[in-house]
Design a protein around this ligand. Structure first.
Ligand SMILES: Cc1cc2nc3c(=O)[nH]c(=O)nc-3n(C[C@H](O)[C@H](O)[C@H](O)COP(=O)(O)O)c2cc1C
Length: 398
């Protein structure tokens, strides 16, 4: 529940859904929201306002974009079956996932290179997330170093996402820095050990890292800098080459996982799990959670939709680890569907990035509030008061 502290204008002002009254009341003085409340329409609006290279980077997927379309189509195939006459006056969306308390089961997905979208990048995102108490997952390829983002997040919960570098010393250093900066859980992204065939970026010959954008965590890192003959400022090209040589490591296998446990005390989640056997293997290896994700359709063109993979993973995990989900979440109804199919929480990606592009920190906040409001209202209108009540019985496959 959201507690604003101000006197209630409407009976359920404590709830996220009350954002709609704030908007309608604004209408009495001629105000309309500066950014649409239809989060599925954000991409189209942002296209006209963003640099073509930045837009292509955010909106693009692998190859033909078939996986992105499949992600959305999978949500459309599931339908919510609303139930009536259940007292839903008081709702509580809060949840604790792997020790992190969140006001709703929604996290901000790790998205790198956000300064190409807005100069304040991840700092603006961290402030917006913190204002709502939502956890953010900080990307290894962020535009601002993890320590600065942690400071911007203040007391709000934060997790760290690792792109597992080939260089062992840098990997250890990243994990130590993240722990020092108060990141509570580790998300290890497994699906990006090579850069995919991303046609929109290829057609514009655009890879921000080559312009040293998205390397802030590396350039601030003592172990990374120790591998350079000259300071990065004096020889930027060599720094980029050093990064390129260590960023991706297609040689990693399940046998490498103990390294993570050795260097990280908190919970560990593997991101990019789509097969039930991989989920089982992650649990058997002692991982605390999996994130069912196809990276928003950015890695394998023609991949299974992430939502279609969720029930199988949920059955394989069978309560032995946390299950998070992302790829294709655009609305509150999408969140309800993912929770009903077995996710403990979801991550949202592109929508908040478009919010950042369109309105900086306030834009991100607006997008998140819209998502939470619609989640709260959909939950209530379908006859539920907490996420725990959502099971596959709440849905039918259309
Ligand atoms: C522009 C962009 C950059 C991303 N960067 C990262 C990243 O640095 N690390 C990571 O694990 N995932 C990254 N992702 C994937 C997201 O974490 C998430 O899996 C995906 O965006 C979810 O799909 P959605 O955008 O449809 O919500 C990125 C996604 C986008 C759109």
């Amino acid at each position: 529940m959201e507690h604003t502290g101000s006197p209630p204008l409407v009976p359920d002002q404590r709830h996220f859904g009350a954002y709609q009254y704030e908007i309608y009341l604004g209408g009495l003085s001629g105000q309309v929201p500066p950014i649409t409340t239809d989060l599925s329409a954000l991409a189209e609006i942002a296209r006209d306002r963003m640099e073509p290279t930045a837009y292509g980077y955010v909106a693009g997927g692998a190859g033909t974009g078939a996986t992105m379309r499949a992600n959305r189509a999978a949500f459309d195939r599931w339908r919510i079956v609303p139930r009536m006459l259940r007292d839903v006056t008081v709702r509580d969306l809060s949840r604790t996932v792997l020790g992190t308390r969140m006001p709703a089961p929604v996290l901000l997905a790790p998205v790198g290179v956000l300064s190409v979208v807005h100069p304040e990048g991840e700092l603006a995102v961290a402030r917006a997330a913190a204002s709502l108490g939502l956890p953010l997952v900080h990307s290894t390829v962020a535009s601002y170093p993890m320590e600065e983002v942690a400071q911007a997040a203040g007391d709000a919960p934060r997790w760290y996402q690792l792109y597992w570098p080939r260089d062992r010393e840098v990997a250890v250093s990243f994990l130590e820095r993240a722990e020092r900066a108060g990141y509570e859980a580790l998300v290890v992204t497994l699906d990006t050990f090579l850069l995919a065939w991303r046609t929109r970026d290829l057609d514009q010959a655009y890879l921000p890292f080559l312009q040293r954008v998205g390397l802030a965590n590396y350039l601030a890192d003592p172990a990374f800098r120790a591998g350079l003959a000259k300071p990065a400022e004096e020889d930027p090209a060599a720094a980029v080459a050093h990064w390129a040589a260590m960023f991706a490591d297609p040689s990693k296998t399940w046998e490498d996982l103990p390294f993570l446990r050795e260097h990280w005390d908190g919970p560990i989640l593997l991101k990019g799990i789509l097969h039930p056997d991989d989920a089982r293997r992650a649990v058997d290896a002692g991982m605390d959670g999996v994130i069912v994700s196809n990276h928003g359709g950015r890695q394998v063109d023609g991949s299974i939709a992430a939502l279609d993979a969720l029930p199988g993973v949920a059955a394989a995990v069978d309560g032995r680890a946390a299950i998070l989900f992302d790829s294709g979440i655009r609305t509150g109804a999408d969140v309800v569907k993912a929770l009903a199919l077995g996710a403990d929480a979801v991550l949202v990606g592109r929508p908040y990035v478009y919010g950042l592009a369109l309105g900086g920190e306030e834009g991100v906040r607006h997008v998140l509030r819209c998502l939470l409001a619609e989640l709260d209202l959909t939950l209530a209108l379908s006859g539920h008061t907490t996420p725990d009540q959502l099971t596959p019985d709440a849905l039918v496959h259309a």
